[in-house]
Design a protein around this ligand. Structure first.
Ligand SMILES: O=C(O)C1=C[C@@H](OP(=O)(O)O)[C@@H](O)[C@H](O)C1
Ligand SMILES: C=C(OP(=O)(O)O)C(=O)O
Length: 407
């Protein structure tokens, strides 16, 4: 379905409630399957988290995880330790292009029984669960942190725990720390020093515990963008967020200061207000927060400022090649964008073409990142329901803000 976004002015004040972080939810759902004493509140309503929950509850021998990357990686590790069970784990066509060899090889080094059903190094995988007795493994850490989190999530269930050696520059570090922090909340002990992570085995049963998932910061990024592009005084209140977040994308508070957005935490919500003028050039390394690259690039384009974003090497293997997708779609709107395989440079431009149709490439973040441009011009978003991968009520929330759209 295509959505037309009409040029709109957002309400002066709005309030939006966003559901739990997809990343935290997918970790906690897996931990809940391993430790049923855990109860969860504010779980993400995203397609990816629903698919994760469904897969964990399934006793079928074929599981299709569609576009859900974290679910694919986390379930590979989970199924590898389900003794005696054989499952084929597959996904969308794009999932079959997203590499998984580093994780599969690490699991195999630990003793797992996993084979590739189609192409070497890629899903679908045939996994026969067994008890893994080895404890030490090394893996490349510069491609995706999801491989590392996947191993850490099952580590406390291994007989001797786990000792990971991370090779190369570690990418997306906050996501690894999030995993360790959630393990700590359920009583699993770990250490992370330099390039070594250790996790202790859990010998006794854990105490019953309720964990409330903080709302999703990557979803919040689109509201930071809208406030940045708005008139001074425009404010949006977002629930339920805290200053001391496990999510690396909470760096948005710091980043959007450069675009004139002030953030105030009040109770369990945060209020974003447009207070200042943006900088004239923005330079940032997003190696620890790759999911907000699209939002930031579009914000800069809307504000007419140049930006130089680095640390983007993981973007090529996400839902689509996000570097190429950003360049193609921003240039349709009149931008000039230079990309390498790990960076993006947007030249400053004032004019934004009207009536352009934005392709989304099965990538929720392409649809959502471009939506704030409705404050500047009319545009169309193709295959707009792609947003449900992480944020099913996104378009309803846009309407709540006062953005006019036709479905
Ligand atoms: O562990 C996680 O929940 C995630 C890790 C990141 O992936 P990479 O480590 O592959 O960059 C991020 O892009 C993804 O959306 C979620
Ligand atoms: C990259 C993402 O998700 P995943 O890797 O879990 O598919 C994302 O949500 O931006």
């Amino acid at each position: 379905m295509q959505i037309t976004l009409h040029k709109s002015k957002p309400n002066k004040q709005s309030r939006i409630k966003i559901t739990g972080s997809k990343s935290e939810s997918n970790r906690l759902l897996l931990l809940q399957a391993l430790y049923p004493q855990i109860s969860l509140k504010n779980v993400s309503n995203s397609d990816d988290s629903r698919l994760m929950a469904k897969a964990l509850a399934s006793d079928e021998n074929l599981i299709d995880i569609h576009h859900a990357g974290t679910a694919m990686r986390f379930l590979t590790a989970y199924l590898a330790i389900q003794d005696g069970r054989t499952v084929t784990l597959t996904g969308s066509n794009r999932m079959k292009e997203r590499p998984i060899k580093i994780l599969v090889e690490a699991l195999k080094d630990l003793g797992a029984n996993i084979s590739y059903e189609e192409n070497d190094g890629f899903p679908p995988l045939k996994i026969t669960g067994k008890t893994l007795k080895k404890q030490k493994v090394s893996l490349q850490a510069n491609v995706s942190s999801q491989y590392i989190s996947a191993l850490l999530l099952i580590a406390s269930k291994l007989e001797n725990g786990l000792e990971l050696t991370l090779e190369g520059t570690i990418t997306s570090v906050p996501y690894i720390k999030m995993t360790l922090s959630l393990l700590d909340q359920i009583g699993v002990k770990s250490t992370f020093e330099n390039n070594k992570i250790t996790v202790k085995p859990m010998v006794q049963n854990i105490e019953p515990k309720t964990i409330t998932v903080e709302s999703d910061w990557s979803s919040a990024s689109y509201f930071f963008s809208i406030v940045a592009i708005s008139e001074p005084g425009t404010s949006i209140e977002l629930e339920a967020y805290k200053q001391d977040s496990l999510q690396g994308d909470a760096d948005l508070v710091n980043i959007y200061k450069a675009f004139g957005v002030s953030t105030n935490f009040e109770g369990n919500s945060m209020r974003l207000t447009k207070t200042d003028e943006p900088v004239s050039h923005f330079k940032y390394d997003l190696v620890h927060a790759p999911d907000i690259a699209q939002t930031i690039a579009v914000s800069c384009f809307a504000l007419g400022i140049s930006c130089d974003l680095s640390g983007l090497h993981t973007l090529k293997i996400k839902e689509t090649d996000r570097l190429v997708a950003l360049k193609t779609e921003l240039e349709k709107l009149g931008a000039q964008v230079d990309i390498t395989d790990k960076s993006l440079y947007l030249h400053a431009s004032k004019a934004i073409k009207s009536g352009v149709s934005i392709a989304t490439y099965n990538d929720h973040r392409m649809a959502m990142a471009f939506a704030p441009l409705a404050l500047k011009t009319e545009l169309e978003i193709e295959d707009a329901m792609v947003v449900s991968k992480s944020y099913p009520t996104f378009w309803d929330d846009m309407e709540t803000l006062g953005i006019k759209l036709t479905k």
